[in-house]
Design a protein around this ligand. Sequence first.
Ligand code: PXG
Length: 461
Amino acid sequence: MAAIEKNTQSPRTRTEWQNLDKEHHLHPFTDHKDLHQKRSRIISRADGCYIYDVDGNEILDGMSGLWCVNLGYGREELVAAATAQLRELPYYNNFFQCAHPPAIELATLLAEISQPQFNRVFFAGSGSESNDTIVRMVRRYWDLMEQPERRVIISRVNAYHGSTVAAATLGGMKAMHEQMVRLPDVVHIEQPYWFGSDRSLSPAEFGLAMARRLEEKINEVGAGKVAAFIGEPIQGAGGVIIPPDSYWPEIQRICDEYGILLVSDEVITGFGRLGEWFGADYFGTRPDFMTFAKGVTSGYLPLGGVLVGDRVADVLIDKGGEFYHGYTYSGHPASCAVAIANVKLIQKEGLVQRIRDDIGPYLQQRWATLEDHPLVGEARMVGLMGAFEIVSNKEPMQRFDAKRGAGPLCRDHLVANGVVMRAVGDTIIAAPPFTLSRAQADRLVEVAWRCLDLTQQELLA
Ligand code: PXG
């Protein structure tokens, strides 16, 4: 296949793109009034770990797109897999007793790389759709188990599980809930955010206490009414909340004791981000479901899905009866072909091990040095997923007044200095591609330090 032509000659100027964008394009999660004052950044191409704006400025992508371009940009193998599949069979469905080779092959591959209880996959087009599938399948399972009173799904405050109504109900984002009608039978417990707590407990004690909120909630709701618990192994969009080591084993114990299904939302943590194939492997849980999306294709084409554990799949299959749920693009052939190529590349290049043993520990150790900056209260990272907390004072710990916008200020400096990270309030988060070099890791940290200096000068001026 011919090398892709780089679109270096943009047919329009930046201003023209910005004007058209303003006139016609509504963006996700955006205050458009605010955007129209600032104008959009127009990103027109990318290569490796870098994105380029329409003026040709090079920016190191510390967020892997939106936590998805794990293998970096410009991977010809993924382009070739998509192109070949589009030629062979661009679309066919998996409804009505049909299936196609890419969906079957990918399902088989996913069963191979996941824990032994996972042998079956239900495909969707995105993480949100996958979590809708979870809501539907959890209910179907308990109906088939003749325990229809088990209806309640327990989730966590500040969780992000997507933006469809079901997924956003599962999520714990207050601002989203205020703009929507929520599903019934979803309740939330606190998140294991030690840095955001009063820190009177040690991290280990705090982790246990937060896990036991699940047990308290089960008892409050009534043990016979609880269907499932859902959580991201590390909360991503909520600010890279890394739970203390004591947290997940206790959650697992409680789920086992009360017989409730455990759902691990692996949309960000799946496919190697933490130096293991899945976050459940990293934290040692044995979930009944894993939601995936994003990194399954490194974002080259949209795909999501749910790995369904035998406990549930066996019941669905053995008891029979149609499960009235599915999407036109459940297992789109081209997306599945890209996913197969993507997983095989991760295997061939040993990228999971690279994160566990090489670039992960390297960046983590560099990242930790940010704690020496006067503005950083904590710098944390697992695998290639990290955050640092901007504070006005370390001892006692104090935040800047939220109105000062310290986080967004720092984020804007980062972008202006050629590095993308995200601000969640005053928490700056990063999740760079798995192919990040050591020099690029150094650059992430050096630019972060410099931008913290700039932020400090501006806030203290
Ligand atoms: N679960 C998790 C854990 C996610 O992070 C979804 C589900 C939904 O996936 P889709 O494919 O429907 O978007 C996500 C998505 C951010 C940000 O700003 C994070 C996501 C999406 C958009 C923005 O960090 N995560």
